[in-house]
Ligand binder design. Structure first.
Ligand code: G3I
Length: 348
């Protein structure tokens, strides 16, 4: 090919190579994980961690590359942290805190006061109200001070509101029976005192959308907020595949925002009856898509945390006979259609 004066092939070649270099760089630099995509939008996407799985390289690598927030599935519960009275065991919980710190993931603390997964010495003892309060205060104070600066938000109380009429705080569980219905308020008082910087959450299921339980949780939060004891509400969101966000979720999120509370989706999964089929996976992907779209449409929703991330480790098959595959990675850590749906929402 002839070249005119001043049009030597060298600059053309140089321009072509530079263009290629820039294009390659763009591809390489383009955000490619959920974590990177979420980061660009100032959103937190995360997962619950089963500590024994941290030894598995695929598990660890997926966790740190894909998510920017995490929580322990069991290691921060009272039976794990205070197996014997006054004797705390932080080994597993510290392992997750170190992992989160090294890999720059935010860490949620789940959960300080719950009527389940309590240590044997506590659930099998006879306690007066004052003793119950003292035990609660010691636990909250010791744990929160241990993780000060490492755990940014705590589920101070988990699942305290009844599932049936007359709704309201349960008096039929361990804490309700031992302390009384004000156990929730007391727990928040102790938590505020233990770490004034921590974000304090109330966490529950069945109170995400419209309904009497959501109303009861709202009333409880209103009382706590009036005393400046609570900052956020966790919507567990253990749903069946096929779920879609409706007007009830929007209305509930907005009234909580007006109250000055943030929301986190804290335990998300969408289960279905096994065996899996491409159709079931597609339906599940749409549920995940709907949830993330909803989250991003509400400014007070700060995070979306899944209850696990690989179908290799999930509570669902143990608790719902014949159901499973509720998460976004399969048993071999391959992304499922649900993963692609989340990436797609974050990209657009
Ligand atoms: O501690 C024993 C361990 O010693 C033994 O080796 C192992 C053998 O299976 O069992 C261990 O206990 C299990 C524990 O998880 C730790 O793996 C319990 O049997 C099992 O019941 C327990 O289940 C946990 C459940 O909470 C308890 O209520 C699930 O992993 C955990 O995903 C689930 O999480 C809860 C949230 O905290 C609150 N919201 C609901 C959610 C789902 O139930």
């Amino acid at each position: 090919m002839p070249h005119g004066p001043g049009c030597s092939p060298l600059p053309l070649l140089l321009i072509a190579s530079l263009t290629l270099l820039v294009a390659t760089h763009r591809v390489l630099a383009a955000p490619s994980t959920l974590r990177e995509l979420a980061q660009q939008r100032g959103f937190h996407i995360g997962a619950a961690v089963a500590i024994p799985f941290l030894a598995d390289t695929d598990y660890r690598e997926t966790l740190r590359h894909q998510f920017n927030i995490c929580v322990a599935e069991n290691a921060f519960k009272m039976e794990s942290l205070q197996p014997y009275r006054h004797q705390f065991n932080f080994n597993d919980a510290d392992q997750l805190a170190a992992f989160a710190q090294t890999n720059h993931l935010r860490l949620r603390g789940h959960t300080l006061v719950w009527h389940s997964q309590m240590p044997w010495w506590l659930s099998h003892g006879q306690w007066t109200r004052d003793e119950g309060l003292r035990i609660m205060e010691e636990h909250i104070t010791t744990v929160m001070q241990h993780f000060k600066g490492k755990v940014y938000a705590w589920d101070v109380v988990n699942e305290a509101v009844s599932d049936q009429a007359p709704w309201g705080v349960r008096t039929d569980n361990f804490w309700g029976k031992t302390v009384g219905a004000d156990y929730v308020e007391k727990a928040f008082e102790f938590a505020r005192r233990a770490d004034s910087q921590a974000v304090l959450y109330y966490n529950d299921y069945g109170a995400e959308g419209a309904g009497p339980k959501a109303d009861a949780v709202f009333q409880l939060l209103k009382q706590l907020k009036a005393k400046n004891l609570v900052d956020g509400v966790g919507w567990q969101s253990h749903f069946e595949s096929g779920w879609k966000a409706d007007k009830g979720y929007v209305a509930n999120a907005q009234r909580l925002a007006q109250l000055g509370l943030e929301i986190s989706i804290t335990e998300l999964d969408f289960r279905f009856t096994l065996p899996s089929t491409p159709e079931k996976l597609a339906t599940q992907a749409e549920s995940y898509r709907s949830m993330l779209r909803f989250c991003l449409s509400q400014p007070n929703i700060k995070a979306m945390v899944l209850w696990g991330f690989t179908d290799k480790s999930s509570w669902i098959p143990h608790f719902f006979k014949g159901q499973g595959d509720a998460l976004i990675f399969d048993q071999n850590y391959r992304p499922k259609p649900a993963y692609d749906a989340l990436a797609d929402v974050l990209l657009h």
